[in-house]
Design a binder for this molecule. Structure first.
Ligand code: SAM
Ligand code: SF4
Length: 458
């Protein structure tokens, strides 16, 4: 069961709910960019008088922000849209809106598949929600707002944030890379960089609002500035963000291994606030598959990149994304990926079954891999990775790490969660002296595959 998004706003109790107020709720699938889009959609709803609720039944506006990177996400989302049908029958005034990548891809087809939908909002139309709602209220007719192309830069809109400590800041939109398996360039358009001064101003203000950590977002952050020579490149942006005195930590995602360069590594090395965590999606450990994926690098190039990063910043953590079962991946080629994983020893890998995306070149490639083989390979990969992650994490036992206190764990509110600059998640029993947003030193007592556990020390 998917859960509604959580925002950093007061949630009225049932007794406090006011029948004169219209409530909204949102569900988001997919990447951080989608989650940030939901923050912007929610902010616009709030600006026209809607208040947030976690309850589907109380909502008079339900927004589903969708992802279509893999078929499994689409299936889940169609299930969720189907669930809303009964709510619409019992409350015909309910407004149901579908936004995001599936909306951009399927457009009016979504109305045919699910006639209870009222609004379809494409990825390039997120900033128009207020106008879209107005049009719907005036016409009482379904609205399809899906531009084929983005404006060079969408205007800023009111935003409400999910967290109190960490915030996402988009630095660019779209992607020019056309990896042969990926739908993103088709649904998010070409690369557009946000002006440097807008990014810095937003980060400065987020710091004044109490945020400690920001994550710069883009499909390929290393191509920041390529579309215009006005703002400098990604390293210049990192340098400028590092100097924003109101915030403490800076993360970024995602880096393309082909485009991250020495200037970026040097900038991170010499920075005060840029985190020493590199997420570099390798996708495959086979040169044959990398070529077919159109990734633009070889395994030797990647090895050299990792060597450079580890030489410059030896304690940096390294994570990756891997796709198994890309068309043409034989047992031997998959074995190359397994060996690569053992050789590089990533802190963590996010592993995916290749999913055929219609319209992408890989969808019509020969030698598609059967699902059962893909699943077997995924399991093998995860087994190898889990052992490596555990071994790496065990090296932290009895050491002291510094985290920003993020708040109580969702499972147990007597436990607090924090994260290191290397993006390790740390859990410890609350002592009462910790404050959310402050730095805390934790002595690690237990290492697990995905988390570290420890004790607060003075
Ligand atoms: N722009 C980022 C990059 O290049 O790494 C990531 C964007 S993509 C939304 C996130 C991850 O989804 C990719 O790194 C890839 O591993 C995975 N992915 C994309 N298309 C996929 C597909 N058709 N099947 C399975 N996984 C896919
Ligand atoms: Fe997709 Fe490749 Fe662009 Fe990442 S870089 S969004 S994987 S096309």
């Amino acid at each position: 069961m998917s859960k509604p998004d959580q925002y950093n706003v007061e949630i009225p109790s049932n007794e406090m709910k006011d029948s004169n107020i219209k409530y909204f709720t949102t569900y988001t699938y997919g990447c951080q960019m989608n989650h940030h889009d939901s923050e912007r959609l929610a902010g616009q709803l709030k600006s026209i008088g809607y208040e947030y609720t976690e309850s589907l039944e109380d909502a008079s506006f339900i927004l589903i922000n969708t992802c279509c990177v893999r078929e499994s996400a689409e299936k889940k989302i169609y299930g969720k849209i189907g669930e809303l049908k009964n709510l619409k029958v019992s409350n015909p005034n309910l407004i149901i809106a579908i936004a995001g990548c599936m909306a951009q891809k399927d457009k009016e087809k979504l109305f045919k598949k699910a006639p209870h939908i009222d609004l379809i909002i494409g990825t390039h139309n997120v900033h128009q929600l207020v106008e879209i709602v107005k049009e719907f209220e005036e016409s009482k007719d379904r609205v399809l707002a899906v531009w084929d192309q983005a404006e060079r830069l969408a205007p800023d809109v009111p935003t409400i944030r999910r967290g109190k400590i960490s915030a996402w800041v988009p630095i660019m939109y779209g992607c020019n890379n056309f990896c042969t398996y990926c739908i993103v360039p088709y649904v998010r358009g070409r690369e557009r960089s946000r002006p440097l001064h807008d990014i810095i101003e937003e980060i400065y203000q987020l710091g004044l609002d109490g945020f400690k950590e920001i994550t710069l977002l883009g499909q390929n952050v290393n191509s920041y500035g390529n579309d215009t020579k006005e703002y400098g490149d990604f390293a210049d942006l990192l340098k400028a963000v590092d100097q924003v005195e109101t915030i403490e930590r800076v993360r970024y995602m995602t880096s393309h291994p082909r485009d991250i360069n020495d200037k970026v590594i040097d900038t991170i090395l010499n920075s005060k606030k840029i985190c020493d965590h590199f997420h570099l999606p390798v996708q495959s450990g086979s040169d044959t598959i990398l070529k077919m994926m159109n990734r633009g690098y070889t395994t030797d190039y990647y090895r050299e990149l990792v060597r450079k990063i580890r030489k410059a910043i030896p304690h940096a953590s390294l994570t990756t994304d891997i796709i198994v079962g890309f068309p043409g991946e034989t047992d031997e080629l998959f074995q190359e990926t397994l060996e690569f994983l053992k050789e590089i020893r990533f802190d963590a890998s996010y592993t995916f079954l290749y999913s055929k995306r219609s319209g992408t070149p890989a969808a019509t490639m020969a030698d598609q891999v059967p699902l059962v083989v893909k699943k077997e390979r995924l399991q093998k990969l995860m087994d190898v990775q889990n052992d490596i992650s555990l071994e790496i994490n065990q090296q932290f036992t009895d050491t002291v790490v510094t985290v920003i206190v993020e708040g109580p764990s969702q499972r147990d509110e007597n436990r607090l969660i924090g994260r290191t600059t290397t993006n390790k998640i740390v859990l410890w029993d609350k002592q009462g002296t910790e404050e959310v947003g402050q730095l805390a030193n934790i002595k690690i007592t237990t290492a697990q595959t995905w988390i570290l556990k420890g004790k607060l020390i003075d």
